[in-house]
Design a protein around this ligand. Structure first.
Ligand code: UDP
Length: 321
């Protein structure tokens, strides 16, 4: 049994990871400021003897008496509507100050620390599919920069702490992920389309819907995270983690309409600035080093996610927190 800190633990990925680690028999400390996370996501874990929630903003330093073996650093708003606008500065601070504080904690405890980086480090990619050695094409002054550049800076901090402070780091670059515990109101494409379809509202495609994304079901992604954390000593990554199946946003809308049996109609809205045109991970490195590849196909994952959102919409107390 290991003692494991998960920052961003009440968020979509964090709460799914906490559940997995508790099920695996570890002692889990879940940390979040609940800025975009929701305590309802960990409702079933509260009360488990091996699970504890600490409300804390990782922008502030954090000391722990209890020895930590591993830290998963997931804390950060991840949905474009959440990290753009008035919360953009907090997003960069979380990426940068949060990384420093968690790396210092890892150094003190000699813990292995995993950084949840992102496909956004590739920006508007000029290489397709994206391999880890591609250095990206990011607009440093655009509305996505707080997240893209924040995550790029966090990667830089991780590698400097590894080189100069001997911290045992692991870096994954997460591509679009979906599944239970997504916030129905967080504005991302999968949550928006499913909720719109279930409520009979118009499905809002931004732009003409020809932009592509690769969607990974959450259980596959969590498996990659756990494998990366426990990968061979000295293997730092970065490693792409995502599903290489690539779909246009319009194809996604049509799938959601078919799978929900909805009568919603598709409407077109302006494309936000700097919205990447295409995105697909090359996962050869994850296959070779982690023996990992996703197994859940988009239709199957969407069905599970639709079932989750049906419950969320029917239980407004959970959805409204
Ligand atoms: N998108 C859309 N309708 C929505 C929400 C998003 O067409 O209601 C588009 C968005 O412009 C982008 C893609 O779907 O091209 C994925 O958006 P999301 O916010 O989920 O994640 P991103 O990959 O942009 O970080």
């Amino acid at each position: 049994m290991k003692t494991i800190l998960v920052t961003g633990g009440t968020g979509f990925l964090g709460s799914n990871l906490c559940r997995r680690l508790v099920d695996d028999g570890h002692k889990v400390i879940c940390m979040d400021n609940n800025y975009t996370g929701r305590t309802t996501n960990i409702g079933a874990l509260v009360g488990c003897p091996n699970f504890r929630f600490i409300r804390h903003d990782i922008c502030e330093p954090f000391g722990m008496d209890e020895h930590l073996d591993q830290i998963y650093n997931l804390a950060c708003p991840a949905s474009p509507p959440a990290y753009q606008g008035k919360h953009s500065i907090a997003t960069t601070k979380t990426c940068v100050f949060g990384a420093v504080n968690m790396l210092e904690l890892a150094k003190t405890h000699r813990a292995t620390i995993l950084q949840s980086s992102t496909s956004e480090v590739y920006g508007e990619p000029l290489v397709h599919p994206q391999t880890e050695n591609y250095r990206g094409n990011v607009n440093p002054i655009g509305i996505r920069a707080c997240y893209d550049e924040g995550k790029r800076c966090a990667e830089s901090l991780f590698f400097d702490y590894c080189r100069h402070e001997g911290v045992d780091i692991k870096v994954i670059r997460i591509f679009n992920t979906y599944g239970p515990n997504m916030d129905p109101n967080d504005g991302r494409v999968v949550s928006n389309f499913i909720c719109q379809a279930l409520k009979g509202e118009d499905i809002t495609i931004y732009g003409n819907g020809s932009q592509t994304r690769s969607f990974c079901y959450v259980d596959d992604l969590i498996e990659a995270m756990v494998r990366m954390m426990n990968s061979r000593k000295g293997f730092t990554g970065p490693v792409n983690t995502g599903n290489p199946g690539e779909f246009t946003v319009r194809e996604l809308a049509e799938k959601v309409i078919a799978l929900t049996g909805s009568h919603s109609k598709i409407v077109y809205k302006p494309l936000p600035a700097d919205d990447p045109t295409q995105r697909r991970p090359d996962i050869a490195l994850a296959k070779a080093e982690l023996g990992w590849e996703p197994h859940i196909r988009l239709d199957e994952g969407l069905q599970k996610t639709i079932a989750y959102f049906r419950r969320e919409i029917a239980a407004p107390a959970a959805a409204a927190e």
